[in-house]
Design a protein around this ligand. Structure first.
Ligand SMILES: Nc1ncnc2c1ncn2[C@@H]1O[C@H](COP(=O)(O)OP(=O)(O)OP(=O)(O)O)[C@@H](O)[C@H]1O
Ligand SMILES: [Mg+2]
Length: 254
């Protein structure tokens, strides 16, 4: 049974970058075993929300709070949040000069990975020649996404944040990335049997062919304006746009 206390609880979150307020009162609760989707127009603050949850510098919480496993995350560094069980696959993963992907996987796993695990990762995500290259140095868009996914798989976070996992990924590799995400989230089981939770940013929803998501939220004008079934909301947005979506009949307005 999922516990009554949500794994992640965000209350009235206001976040500024520089002197601009990007998030203006975000409320979100993700229960254990649930996978949520975050939709919203370009530049509304979707990545800002994920980057704030993981604790990147520059994202200043000016009001509200983020609670994970009952613990207020304010003041915790990125590595402390990772150790608590939060992982992220970035929209545009940064290059890490001097660190090979193989070494980065050891860091994400918290110790030397057994060779058979590396071989299995290679089989699942076609990491091949990337393992001995510096992380994200010259990786193509699809290679960078597969490298991010490999790091999350070995970290095994309780809450996995995916920022546009399918952007720049070819159709064959969307299936590869999607299968890895679903394996991590154990998405084929019932919510009550799952232990990991996810939050996925997507524009197209293509990744949702491979990952079972429970609910979608629309970030609009700085807050979560409505929520509903992920595929229904994406269909509504693709037909009528975001302005109409947040007023539409299928949305549960907030
Ligand atoms: N580190 C930063 N420095 C300056 N501005 C930033 C930074 N991070 C985000 N912003 C600004 O905050 C706003 C929201 O950006 P964010 O990346 O969160 O949008 P998004 O919803 O993820 O958009 P997209 O769909 O295009 O990825 C944008 O105007 C962006 O330029
Ligand atoms: Mg973004």
């Amino acid at each position: 049974m999922a516990s009554a206390e949500p794994l992640l609880l965000i209350e009235d979150l206001h976040v500024s970058v520089g002197d601009r307020e990007i998030l203006r009162g975000v409320d979100l609760a993700i229960g254990e075993g649930e996978t949520h989707v975050l939709l919203g127009p370009n530049g509304t603050g979707k990545s800002t929300l994920l980057n704030t949850i993981i604790g990147l510098p520059n994202y200043r919480v000016t009001q509200g709070r983020i609670v994970f496993k009952g613990q207020d995350l304010s003041g915790l560094e990125i590595d402390e949040r990772a150790r608590l069980g939060i992982g992220i696959a970035f929209q545009r993963p940064p290059a890490v000069r001097g660190v090979r992907l193989r070494q980065m996987l050891d860091v994400a796993a918290g110790g030397k990975l057994p060779e058979e695990t590396v071989v299995k990762l290679d089989e699942d995500l076609s990491l091949e020649y990337m393992l001995d290259r510096e992380v994200n140095m010259g990786f193509s868009g699809g290679e960078a996404k597969r490298s991010e996914m490999a790091q999350l798989l070995v970290q095994e976070p309780d809450l996995a944040l995916f920022d546009e996992p399918e952007s720049g990924v070819d159709l064959d590799n969307i299936a590869v990335v999607g299968a890895a995400m679903n394996a991590l989230l154990k998405g084929d089981g019932r919510v009550s049997e799952r232990t990991r939770s996810g939050l996925i940013i997507t524009h197209t929803g293509h990744i949702l062919q491979y990952v079972n998501a429970d609910i979608a939220h629309v970030l609009y004008e700085g807050h979560l304006a409505c929520r509903g079934n992920p595929l229904d909301l994406i269909d509504e947005i693709s037909r009528h746009g975001y302005d109409a979506c947040v007023e539409c009949a299928i949305c549960q307005r907030l």
